[in-house]
Design a protein around this ligand. Structure first.
Ligand code: FAD
Ligand code: AMP
Length: 484
C-alpha cells in the first residue's frame, strides 16, 4: 500500500464520506480514515448520522409512530385490531439492521469509487502528513496534497447529570433501551430531545422535557414554534420551559433504579422529579480530541470548532474542514454539501455553497421544517416583508388523512416578492419545505409559486395557498388583506 494520496479524509460521516466520494469521482486518489467501531468491534463507516444519529433515530420514530397509529388512531378509520403490543428488542434489532445496511452502503460506495477505506485513527501532522494508527495499533505516516478534516461532533456532557449508560444516557443510549420505561426525563427540549422524547411518548412512557430557556425552539420561527408546542401538548408531551436542571441522583429502590432530578423552575423555585431513565440532550460539541498535532497549523475558534473561511479552508494550506466540526448548523446535509464543495475546489472548480438555503427539520409528529430566515430574523434585519399563512385544516388531503394539525408560513420581500423564508409544521413538512428550497435557489417570488399548478389533493397545496396568501390571494381561506 502506497502512503501517498491526493486527498486524505479524516472521518467518514456524511461530510467526510461525501467529500471522499466526490474527490474520487473527480479522478483523485483518495483515502478515508474512520475510527468508529460497531458493537462487535469491527470498523464501520457512516459516522454519527448513520450509526447513532439521523438514521437510527428515524427508524425508531417510524416504528413508534406505526405503533401509536395502530394503538390509538386506527379506530378513527373504522379499523379494529386485537391488542396492539410492542416488542422493544425487536424494534431495536430492526433499527440495528437498518444501520448496518446503510453503513455497509457507504463502504460499498467507497469500493465502487475506489476510495481506500482505512479503519483506525487519523491525526494531522505538519505539512499535510497524517499519522494513521489502525485498529490493531499499528502506526504509519501517510501524506497527501490535500487533507479534509471531517471529525464531526459528540454529545455535550453536563456535570449535573453524568452519563452512566444505565439510568442516565445521552442520545446514543436512548436508542438502546430494552423496554419501555414508565417515566422518562429529557434534559433539553431541542431538536434531538424532542425527537427522542417523541419516540418514548408514543411507546407509552410518561415523558417530561426540562428546558432551561423560556422560549420554545428559539432558533425556529416563533409562530411555528408556538403552533408546534400546542400540538405537542395535545399529544401529552410535558415540555417545561424555564426549567434548569441543577442536579441528579441515582437511587436504588424496591422498584429498581431510578433517578431523582433537581431543577429550578420558571419562578426560580427548586423542584424535583423522579424518572426511570434520564436522557441528556443539551447539544453537541465539535470533536477534535487527538485530531491535531501541535504544529498542524490548524486553528480552532472560540467555540472549539475548526476555524474555516466560507470555502471551508482552514488556517493550514491544503487542509480543509467540513461538517459538524466547523461553524454553522450541525446538520448532515450541510456537511455533505461542504464536502462536495471542497472536493470540487481541490479539483480546481469554482463551486460555492449557498449557506442561506439549508433546510432544517425536526422529526416530531407532525414534523417541523424550515428554510431561509425566520420572521424574527427578517424583522431584525430591517427588511420589509409580507407573510402568508395557510392551515392544513383547510387542505382536503390533510383532513382525509387525519393529518390536519399545523400550518405553512411563507415570508416574501414586500417590494420584490422574493421568498425569504418558509416555515412549516404539519404533514410531510420536510418534503414541502424542500420544494420551497428549490424555488428559492432559483430566486422565486411568492407569486411564482402561487402561479404554479399543484396536484390535487396534496399536502403541497398548502404551500401554494400560503404563497398566494402572501399577497392576499389565497382561495380556500378568507384573506386578511388583499394587496394587489
Ligand atoms: P459525524 O457524523 O459525527 O462523523 C464524524 C466521524 O469522524 C465519526 O465517525 C468519527 O468516528 C470520525 N472521527 C473523528 N475523529 C477521528 C479521527 N481522529 N480519526 C478517524 N476518525 C475520526 N442531522 C440531520 O441533518 N438530520 C437529522 O435528522 C439528524 N438527526 C440526528 C439525530 C440524532 C440522535 C443525532 C445525535 C444527530 C442527528 N443529526 C441529524 C445530526 C447529524 O448526525 C450530524 O450533523 C452529522 O452526522 C454530522 O456529520 P459529520 O460528517 O460532520 O460528522
Ligand atoms: P439543542 O442544542 O437543539 O440540542 O438543544 C439543547 C437544549 O438543552 C438547549 O435548548 C439548552 O437550553 C438546553 N439545556 C442545556 N443545559 C440545560 C440544563 N442544565 N437544564 C435544562 N436544559 C438545558
Amino acid at each position: 500500500m502506497s502512503n501517498k494520496y491526493d486527498v486524505i479524509v479524516i472521518g467518514s460521516g456524511p461530510a467526510g464520506y461525501v467529500a471522499a466520494i466526490r474527490a474520487a469521482q473527480l479522478g483523485m486518489n483518495v483515502a478515508c480514515i474512520e475510527k468508529w467501531k460497531d458493537k462487535a468491534g469491527k470498523g464501520v463507516n457512516g459516522g454519527t448520522c448513520l450509526n447513532v444519529g439521523c438514521i437510527p433515530s428515524k427508524a425508531l420514530l417510524d416504528s413508534s409512530y406505526k405503533y401509536h397509529e395502530a394503538h390509538s388512531n386506527f379506530k378513527n378509520h373504522g379499523i379494529s385490531t386485537g391488542k396492539v403490543e410492542i416488542d422493544v428488542p425487536a424494534m431495536i434489532a430492526r433499527k440495528d439492521k437498518i444501520v448496518k445496511q446503510m453503513a455497509g452502503g457507504v463502504s460499498g460506495l467507497f469500493k465502487a469509487n475506489k476510495v481506500t477505506s482505512l479503519f483506525g485513527t487519523g491525526k494531522l501532522l505538519a505539512n499535510r502528513k497524517v499519522q494513521y494508527v489502525n485498529l490493531e495499533g499499528k502506526e504509519e505516516v501517510l501524506e497527501a496534497d490535500n487533507v479534509i478534516l471531517a471529525s464531526g461532533s459528540i454529545p455535550i456532557a453536563i456535570p449535573v447529570a453524568p452519563i452512566d449508560n444505565d439510568v442516565i444516557v445521552d442520545s446514543t443510549g436512548a436508542l438502546e433501551f430494552t423496554e419501555v420505561p414508565n417515566r422518562v426525563g429529557v434534559i433539553g427540549a431541542g431538536v434531538i430531545g424532542l425527537e427522542l422524547g417523541s419516540v418514548w411518548t408514543r411507546l407509552g412512557s410518561k415523558v417530561v422535557l426540562l428546558e432551561a430557556m423560556e422560549t420554545f425552539l428559539a432558533i425556529m420561527d416563533q409562530q411555528i414554534a408556538k403552533e408546534a408546542n400546542k400540538i405537542y401538548k395535545k399529544q401529552g408531551l410535558d415540555i417545561r420551559l424555564g426549567c434548569r436542571v441543577t442536579g441528579s441522583k441515582v437511587e436504588v429502590t424496591k422498584k429498581g433504579k431510578e433517578v431523582v432530578v433537581t431543577y429550578t423552575d420558571k419562578e426560580g423555585k427548586e423542584a424535583t422529579e423522579t424518572f426511570d431513565k434520564l436522557i441528556v440532550c443539551v447539544g453537541r460539541r465539535p470533536f477534535t480530541d487527538g485530531l491535531l498535532a501541535e504544529d498542524s497549523g490548524v486553528k480552532l475558534d472560540e467555540r472549539g470548532s475548526i476555524y474555516v473561511n466560507d470555502l471551508c479552508s482552514t488556517s493550514a494550506p491544503g487542509v480543509w474542514a467540513v461538517g459538524d466540526v466547523v461553524r454553522g448548523p450541525m446538520l448532515a446535509h450541510k456537511g455533505s454539501e461542504e464536502g462536495v464543495m471542497v472536493a470540487e475546489r481541490i479539483a480546481g472548480q469554482k463551486t460555492v455553497m449557498n449557506y442561506d438555503i439549508v433546510p432544517n427539520v425536526i422529526y416530531t409528529h407532525p414534523e417541523i421544517a424550515a428554510v431561509g430566515r425566520t420572521e424574527e430574523q427578517i424583522k431584525a434585519d430591517g427588511e420589509p416583508y409580507n407573510v402568508g399563512t395557510f392551515p392544513f385544516l383547510a387542505i382536503g388531503r390533510a383532513v382525509a388523512a387525519d393529518e390536519s394539525d399545523g400550518m405553512v408560513k411563507m415570508i416574501a420581500h414586500a417590494e420584490t416578492d422574493r421568498i425569504l423564508g418558509c416555515h412549516i409544521v404539519g404533514p410531510s413538512a420536510p418534503d414541502l419545505v424542500q420544494q420551497v428550497a428549490i424555488a428559492m435557489e432559483f430566486g422565486s417570488s411568492a407569486e411564482d409559486i402561487g402561479m404554479t399548478v399543484f396536484g390535487h389533493p396534496t399536502y403541497s397545496e398548502a404551500v401554494k395557498e400560503a404563497a398566494l396568501a402572501v399577497n392576499g390571494h389565497a382561495i380556500h381561506m378568507p384573506n386578511k388583506k388583499r394587496r394587489k
